[in-house]
Design a protein around this ligand. Structure first.
Ligand code: ACO
Length: 369
């Protein structure tokens, strides 16, 4: 028995997906889909990613919300990591069948919101600890305590591996986390704003946003991107593998975007990160060949619909080059996006307005009205 929706039975609906509908006014980020430009609070993504650490970029995004100076926010992230580590025994006692992502959601659900730290900082600082601890628990290893003297990206890598990470790996992870910090009214951010508009807590909004992010059409794509690269295996297999996938009406993970009609600028920011890492790894070279083959095949298959490389393609390749397990790609995406979700909730709550759109009823009418 299948539980998949029966698309054939559904009436074509021009409102499906709310494409082109403006549902919020924001100062936080702007996605220019025709120009391929992403602006975060007045700065192009290229001015932030690879230039400033994750905490500084979060402080940049949060500057209207009175959460403290950049230095206070950086110290707040470290304080939040220490506080979150106290919850590790609870994570350890959760069922072993849980994924890293689900264990992170448990950590977030039980995170106490203290008076001393703004919840946006407490939540954003806690998730790297929940991620690293959950991964180690899933491997049967002991969780590693955070080190408050380190930046978030370095500490996250150290808590994952138990080793002092290479500077280049720390820089690549910082670049990734900043690249995905915020991105207009994507599905998870919209979810966060809807939840925040009911005046539910920031924690509830982030939990809901994590749910929305998990699907393969949003934040769940980079793991399957790596699976695709592995399945193709050799550059000479790319063309036929991709043609077969498209003939089966499958979607190529890491390509296409609702807003971008040109290349996603974040793909290039991450590709630049790979160049800086100095990777001559055969997998990176294979990925570049696959990208070209996929773009050519998509142009042929969908000549009227520009389908370009999106952020998830080079997310997969960059994080893999840093040595991060593919099961952690979506958890890392949530970790990097959390300050963005928090900012959107705070901004939405400034309006005091509940988000409650209308729907058009097309079901049967009662016999007696
Ligand atoms: N591979 C093959 N065909 C595609 C792809 C793709 N990656 N993306 C879109 N198409 C096709 C669709 O099948 C559809 O064809 P049809 O009109 O013949 O049915 C057409 O292009 C339009 O697709 P929609 O789903 O209507 O476009 P939408 O803008 O809603 O989709 C999305 C955007 C969901 C990202 C889509 O491009 C996709 O599924 N990509 C693959 C998954 C992926 O990479 N997800 C990560 C997105 S980035 C992020 O969220 C951070």
């Amino acid at each position: 028995m299948t539980h998949a929706p029966n698309h054939a039975r559904m009436t074509p609906d021009p409102t499906a997906g709310l494409e082109g509908v403006v549902a919020a006014t924001t100062r936080l980020s702007d996605v220019d889909g025709d120009g391929g430009i992403l602006i975060l609070r007045g700065k192009r993504i290229e001015e932030l990613a690879g230039k400033v650490p994750f905490e500084t970029a979060a402080a940049h995004l949060w500057q209207d919300f009175d959460l403290g100076t950049e230095d206070e926010i950086r110290k707040g992230f470290a304080q939040a990591r220490r506080a979150a580590f106290g919850l590790v025994p609870l994570l350890e006692s959760a069922p072993s069948s849980l994924s890293v992502y689900e264990r992170m959601q448990i950590g977030l659900a039980v995170l106490p919101v203290a008076d001393t730290l703004h919840p946006a900082i407490a939540i954003s600082g806690a998730l790297p600890v929940f991620l690293a601890a959950s991964h180690r628990i899933s491997q049967g290893l002991a969780a590693i305590a955070p080190d408050s003297t380190l930046g978030c990206a370095r500490d996250l890598l150290r808590m994952l591996t138990g080793r002092d990470p290479e500077d280049s790996h720390t820089a690549a992870l910082d670049r990734y986390l900043v690249t995905i910090l915020d991105h207009g009214l994507n599905a998870s951010t919209f979810t966060a704003r809807v939840i925040g508009s009911t005046r539910a807590s920031l924690k509830q909004a982030v939990l809901g946003a994590m749910g929305a992010l998990a699907g393969p059409l949003h934040g769940g794509a980079p793991g399957p991107v790596l699976d695709m690269i592995d399945a193709i295996g050799q550059p000479e297999n790319a063309e036929s593998w991709i043609a077969d996938a498209l003939a089966r009406k499958e979607r190529l993970m890491g390509f296409g975007h609702r807003i971008y009609r040109t290349r996603d600028p974040r793909a290039d920011v991450l590709k630049e990160g790979l160049r800086i890492l100095g990777q001559s790894d055969p997998k990176v070279l294979l990925a570049e060949d696959i990208e070209q083959a996929a773009l050519a095949a998509l142009r042929k298959a969908k000549p009227d619909r520009p389908l370009e490389t999106n952020v998830e393609f080079y997310t997969a390749v960059l994080l893999d080059a840093v040595g991060i397990d593919r099961t952690l790609f979506t958890p890392l995406f949530a970790t990097g996006r959390t300050p963005g979700w928090c900012a959107h909730v705070l901004e939405q709550q400034e309006t005091g307005k509940l988000i409650r759109p209308a729907s058009r009823y097309v079901g049967p009418k009662p016999e007696k009205m």
